[in-house]
Design a protein around this ligand. Sequence first.
Ligand code: AHM
Ligand code: MG
Length: 352
Amino acid sequence: MLLSLSSHSTSLDLFSLEKTTTEKQRQEQANGSLDPELAVVLSSVATACKQIASLVNRSGISNLTGLAGAANIQGEDQKKLDVVSNEVFCNALRASGRTGVIASEEEDLPVAVEETYSGNYVVVFDPLDGSSNIDAGISTGSIFGVYAPSEECSLEDMDDPEKMMQNCVLNVCQPGNSLLAAGYCLYSSSVNFVITVGRGVWGFTYDGLVGEFVLTHPNMKVPDAGKIYSVNEGNYQRWSPDVKAYFDSLKNTSDGGPYSARYIGSLVGDFHRTLLYGGLYAYPGDSKNPNGKLRLLYECAPMSFIMEQAGGKGSTGDSRVLDMMPDKVHQRVPLYVGSPKEIDIVEKFLKK
Ligand code: AHM
Ligand code: MG
């Protein structure tokens, strides 16, 4: 049993991630609302995150900085750590024995997992988001989402690989409102693991001394409003007049500004700050990339699910991210996510 020395301890502070998921599982099983196998999947994701945290931490001294020499399906140069982190995630999910299909930012197409005993969950993830920051020692993160078990993409269809692949893609392309669980791990001055299984948001901090995630942020709630905005303003000239008008308004004292600008360029870090301090994170569409940069399936939907569970909102600017039905695995959508009042204001500007 792990002991917290915090004077603000609640009884829940005494639980490690594993104990908490087991405890939640017990409570939720009593309500008949949580598949007991899900905790196994979450636990294996947490194990992958511990490994990635250690790789990120040591990258400069173990020759893991720099490019891997290949590009992913989206034409982005893969960093060595993108490739290694993807392997760590895939291996951990395989070893869980509960994952039937995985879809990753670093894989061209969804992958059917052979070593499934039960569960068959569909897991989508970005193993190392913001990896362009790695070589400068700046924050990065992993993002994941878990969808319902599926029989559709089964290895029995191996004789017809094309049909199997079509079914896998169909299975993976589910709207965020079907997510069973989502979370992220932030690799920064501390390593923070934040999850939701659809009933609130739980935040854990990695205690390297004992090698465990310890519950430090039970039942996280985003502030209703907040005066911090996070966006790559270098794209300003490519934005539509409405998007420009919205971000201009944040600098006007007559509109309640000025807001503070904070942009790491690492979604997990910028999101985590937004969750704790309020405000919003945005990656708007622009004239070069009408759907922005971020991917619906393994970036925008999981993060919007977490934000909604914390009392906030996730929007494309005119609709709820969780209601978007992906038509392809690496589909991009504009993202505005954060405090509910801030997202309401964005939507008003963009619906003008
Ligand atoms: P990646 O998945 O290739 O790392 O890209 C996603 C990252 C986000 O973490 C971050 O918010 C955004 O890209 C930054 O993009 P930009 O450099 O255009 O501001
Ligand atoms: Mg990413």
